[in-house]
Structures are given as structure tokens and as C-alpha cells.
Design a protein. Structure first.
Length: 42
């Protein structure tokens, strides 16, 4: 499943998708999937 598809399904439920990478030194919120999706459409 594409992240964009999952995001669409979750948004249809009125919620928001948040993807977080967890490392021993801390966590990083992944927020640039929309940039990848827009680049592929171009």
C-alpha cells in the first residue's frame, strides 16, 4: 500500500496520519512524503 493511499483512508475517517522513525537517540517525524508524491506526478 502506498503511504498516500493510507493517508487518504485515514483522512476519510477524520484522522491524520503521522509517521515517526524511532532511534536510540530520539525520534524523527517523517513529513516529506507529500513532496515525493508531488514529484512523481510531475
Amino acid at each position: 500500500m502506498y503511504v498516500s493511499t493510507l493517508r487518504s483512508h485515514i483522512q476519510a475517517l477524520g484522522e491524520e496520519l503521522e509517521i515517526v522513525a524511532r532511534f536510540p537517540d530520539g525520534s524523527v517525524k517523517i513529513a516529506n512524503f507529500s513532496d515525493i508524491e508531488n514529484d512523481q506526478a510531475a
